[in-house]
Ligand binder design. Structure first.
Ligand SMILES: [Fe+2]
Ligand SMILES: [Fe+2]
Length: 365
């Protein structure tokens, strides 16, 4: 008689046998449900860690790859609890994979040397190459004269809820140049120079967007918002380079959660197109910071690790004030500030506390 346990291990074995998987490390979101981390991947499936077990059914997920976000249909084949991390590991199969997505996954997994016979590029160099190959120009890419489809009061609300994100773009734009030369690793300098171009582009794209929604005056008014001032002053205090990257990382996570929520809730194609382009860059920034911090922390002292662990709690507190200060404007788009903040907190916890610091406790709370 075949027991349930036996069935499980047989399906696990069969699923693993399909194709050898390459180790990867990036976030994945269920369209309606928790986020997880992809541990390894092949052209036919992946190993994903989620906080809860998934029912074995077909569903859509979004893979937040460094280069772009992929929406894929997966079939959960087996799952088991990882006693060490208290996560549930799932073997999933890709179903209905388009040729485009297959090609993209293949490229993401390949790590060929640029020149035959030489070493393949390091992961940091790969982030740099990715940034170079995915540049876009806000002037050309967006049809700025397309109809907005949102009225004046929604435009004002949009200027409000975007204000913290736009200040974040300028904060990165001003924060990166004076620090680039302080990093010892040349490849980190190269990568940050590319991210600087991304952040400059985002600031420019939002400037055009504010002009389109007649929101510049509203944004300027919001620059006096005490919650925004407190948040960005806290970031300025991080003068150690690694802690500064951690602060930047958490700002990127916050912006990613906020923009994703706005992109889902605003019924305007121009806005959604712009936010999608920015989100694909931000996913790369998050992947870089995640990789960088994990590598740095491998050899960090207990003291450095402790200091790093204190950052998310402080940033989260200030984030909560900032999100609630525009709560009414968010509600105009059907977004509840409480659940928006809960999502940010969850992402801080999943990405920074569990994935970077490798701590189980909810230290960000
Ligand atoms: Fe940005
Ligand atoms: Fe960014």
């Amino acid at each position: 008689m075949i027991t349930e346990e036996k069935k499980k291990s047989t399906s696990e074995y069969a699923e693993r046998r399909i194709a050898p998987r390459a180790p990867v490390d990036f976030r994945v979101e269920l369209l309606e449900g928790p986020s997880g981390t992809v541990k390894n991947m092949s052209e036919s499936g992946a190993l994903i860690a989620f906080p809860n077990p998934l029912e074995p059914e077909k569903r859509y997920v979004r893979f937040l790859l460094p280069l772009r976000t992929l929406a894929l249909r997966i079939d959960s084949v087996w799952s088991k609890e990882d006693k060490g991390t208290e996560e549930f590991i799932h073997g999933v199969r890709f179903t209905d994979l388009s040729g485009d997505n297959l090609l993209f996954i293949r490229e993401s997994l390949e790590n060929k040397p640029v020149i035959e016979g030489h070493e393949p590029p390091t992961q940091i160099k790969r982030f740099f190459y990715n940034a170079l190959s995915l540049q876009w120009n806000p002037e050309k890419e967006i049809d700025w004269n397309a109809p907005l489809g949102i009225d004046d009061s929604l435009c004002r609300a949009m200027a409000d809820i975007l204000s913290p994100i736009i200040v974040g773009e300028y904060s990165a734009f001003h924060g990166i140049p004076p620090r680039i030369l302080s990093f010892r690793d040349y490849e980190v300098k190269q990568y940050l120079a590319a991210q600087l171009v991304d952040e400059t582009r985002h600031a420019e794209a939002f400037d055009l967007y504010l002009a389109r929604i007649h929101g510049k005056k509203q944004y300027r008014k919001n620059l006096r918002n005490v919650h925004i001032l407190r948040f960005f002053n806290e970031l300025k205090k991080l003068d150690n380079m690694d802690e500064w990257i951690a602060g930047l990382y958490l700002t990127e996570i916050m912006s990613h959660v906020l923009l994703s929520a706005y992109a889902q809730n605003v019924k305007c194609r121009l806005t959604q197109h712009l936010f999608k382009l920015i989100l694909s860059d931000e996913a790369r920034h998050i992947s870089f910071a995640n990789y960088y911090l994990k590598e740095i922390l491998k050899s960090a002292s207990g003291e450095d690790r402790k200091n790093m662990a204190k950052i998310p709690g402080r940033i989260l507190k200030l984030t909560e004030g900032m999100v609630h200060s525009y709560g009414e404007s968010g509600k105009a788009f059907g977004i509840d500030p409480g659940s928006l903040f809960a999502k940010i907190k969850h992402e801080f916890d999943a990405r920074f506390i569990k994935n970077v610091l490798r701590e189980k406790s909810d230290a960000a709370g």
